[in-house]
Design a protein around this ligand. Structure first.
Ligand SMILES: [Zn+2]
Length: 392
């Protein structure tokens, strides 16, 4: 609490400083505008190439934005038409430093259980997420700050462990293999047809020798996943608890998984790992979850997912650690207060904690008092936009 108060009082000081500085600069701009009306600054188009736009903006500003004061001041001075301070509507408070839920599913089937969601309940999850403004993004999009969502919406990452039968199943019909309409893939694709703006995304953490439990369809299923834009992740070769293995054992499990996936999908890059049983190797062995080699096969994981119980920090947050990303169980049984619906309720009560997109991939918009938590290097060419919620 003391920390919070201290941060808050700093925020008040900064905000007064910003306000004075902004007023001074705006006055200057207004005077200048009188002389040169034709030099209007256009708002950044939402679909624009991030890198180029950022570079142009940086050159135009003629500075490298080294401090929050510079950011806020030049932002307001250069693009008065985009001042979030003045335009922020009550229903839309962008916060790209808010938290993101990475949901963890296992089996889709009957009956409902702690690790099994029925098709009906899975559809309901998607419906409720959609209605509450969540939009599906892939894990690597989150990781690479490649979130391109409409203003006011929140990213959610869907992950599926264990390559179970109910996640992706074909019925053998007279006319060949037919996708089971109650399998996760069919449900996701159907939901996307009905709600194209929800997105079609998800990461499948598979293990071998028989992902999705139909030997004859492994190649077809993996190709389908990639073709539709889903991601394939590493869940070890044999669903081993990596915590109990030595360096060679960990590397064997992870490298063989990748080698097998690449035998079906030549050149496919497996870039993330979900730890079976959440087992993180201790001490020096921890580095082998990130990269290693076994029998000539190598792997490198940009992200390592835990079982966890919390939403993940924003990828722009200093606390964002891609090698220890927490996940939330998409379950309604034995959730101990930290399941999907517990967090949905939490974010309903605390909307200020939730990641809310500003709708512009070239900018990162956060309430002013959170600016100090930004990982500045992670911004890349994006422009930081700060605003004071509510009271201006
Ligand atoms: Zn597992």
């Amino acid at each position: 609490m003391r920390l919070f108060l201290r941060r808050f009082s700093h925020a008040r000081l900064y905000s007064r400083f910003f306000l004075l500085l902004s007023l001074f600069i705006l006055t200057f701009i207004v005077l200048l505008a009188g002389c040169a009306r034709e030099t209007a600054v256009k708002p950044l188009p939402a679909e624009n190439n991030e890198g180029q736009t950022g570079e142009e903006e940086k050159n135009k500003n003629g500075n490298d934005r080294e401090s929050p004061e510079d950011d806020a001041a030049s932002e307001r001075a250069d693009r008065p038409g985009e001042q979030i301070v003045a335009e922020e509507p009550a229903a839309f408070s962008p916060n790209e430093l808010g938290q993101v839920m990475v949901l963890m599913y296992h089996e889709i089937g009957y009956p409902e259980g702690e690790w099994q969601r029925t098709p009906e309940n899975f559809r309901r999850d998607l419906e409720i997420l959609y209605e509450n403004g969540y939009r599906a993004v892939n894990l690597l999009d989150l990781l690479h700050n490649n979130i391109n969502l409409p203003a006011g919406t929140t990213p959610v990452v869907l992950t599926f462990d264990d390559s179970t039968r109910g996640q992706f199943h074909y019925h053998e019909g007279e006319d060949g293999a037919v996708l089971d309409p109650n399998s996760a893939i069919a449900i996701l694709e159907e939901f996307n047809r009905e709600h194209p703006d929800f997105g079609l995304a998800g990461t499948f953490y598979i293990f071998y020798p028989q992902p999705f439990r139909q030997q004859q369809h492994i190649a077809k299923k993996l190709a389908h996943l990639v073709e539709k834009g889903f991601e394939i992740g590493n869940h070890s070769y044999s669903h081993a608890n990596l915590k109990g293995l030595d360096a060679a054992g960990i590397q064997q499990e992870l490298a063989q998984n990748v080698a097998h996936t690449q035998s079906y999908l030549p050149g496919y890059e497996v870039l993330s790992l979900a730890l079976p049983y959440g087992g993180y190797p201790r001490g020096d062995l921890a580095r082998y979850v990130i990269e290693g080699t076994y029998a000539g096969a190598s792997y490198r994981n940009e992200a390592v997912l835990l079982v966890g119980a919390n939403p993940a920090p924003s990828p722009y947050d200093k606390d964002f650690n891609p090698h220890r990303l927490p996940r939330i169980r998409a379950s309604e049984m034995n959730t101990q207060g930290v399941g999907l619906y517990d967090w949905l309720t939490y974010f309903e009560k605390h909307p200020e904690k939730r990641f809310v997109s500003d709708g512009n991939p070239a900018t990162v918009t956060v309430p002013e008092h959170l600016a100090e938590s930004i990982d500045r290097e992670g911004l890349g060419d994006r422009i930081l936009v700060t605003y004071k919620p509510g009271d201006l």
